[in-house]
Design a binder for this molecule. Sequence first.
Ligand code: PMP
Length: 352
Amino acid sequence: MNVKKLFRDDLKTFESYNAKRIDSRIKLHANESPFSVSDELLSEIKEEIVKCSFNRYPDAMSEDLCKKFAEYAGVDYKSVIAGNGSDELIQIIVSTFLDRNDKILLLNPEFSMYENYAAISSANIVKFDTDEEFTFDPQVIIDKVNSEGIKLFFISNPNNPTGKAYDRNTILKLVKNCNSIVVVDEAYGAFYGESVIKDIDDYENLIVLKTCSKIGGASIRLGFLTAGKVILDEIKKVKPPYNVSTTTEIIGKVLLSNKSEIEEKVKYIISERERVYGEFLKIPYIEKVYKSSANFILFKTKRAHEIYEKLLEDGVLVRDFGSGVLKDCLRITIGKEEENNYMLELLKKYNG
Ligand code: PMP
């Protein structure tokens, strides 16, 4: 028997997500926080972990964890669902609302997993190219959504991979006027400041996503979805039970109880981001540096791939986009001051 005969036709040309492990001394490729938890938090985590009943399933709805997040974000815990990373929540949203050939609208460029999951659901993917500054006229998007019968519209804000942020008024105009579900993915929201998370009760079609991955908790895989009751009840039909492990729940609760520690590190990263931005502007072979509201910076240089390889050889891993609209672009995550300095020194050295 040829087992491949049993595979889906539409997945034949599909590529798996490229998250292969490349070892390097300094990791500036995945938009993680350069800071792990403090020793103080680590002690708290250890103390809590030993109390865990390892033989028992976790709480199916992660209620205590959702309460902690609700406190952290200033929303009602009944509006929150926890996920095994926001990646899982993206997949759950897509499975909940998109039937075969239903339409999803995505900006281009955009975080690639929305398209991946939509393609796996055999949805009809409609793309909207943003302009050279990665902006758009919200009315054009609204007209497109409503005239083309789009059901779901994902937007990362700030955008990954560009770092571009769209202000609250723009986002709310989209939410108010699009006859679709609008998912605002605020994975990088901490580095921007503006949020629409408190607007979920006012708009029945709004979903807001958050993650712990960018604020020091990427290893535990923890994301949150917030929405009004009508949408949430529908999503609960699709969410797997026990999707967040007890250990993640324990660590997540400790992490989120210490907002000041998170905020202090976010402040540091924002200040480093602005400094690194200024330094990038001085490098002659960098043709364009994009202003960022996230924890990374995108820049354009004809030498992108060569610079990527050189950095890797010198122990620094960054993200190279290779082809498409971001051809000639590199995305560099903001690290600790010494990591950023080392990366900047190398970039300056490559000037010749
Ligand atoms: N949304 C965006 C915009 C992202 O960039 C990422 C991760 N790179 C995710 C969601 C997924 O985050 P998580 O680690 O919570 O699955």
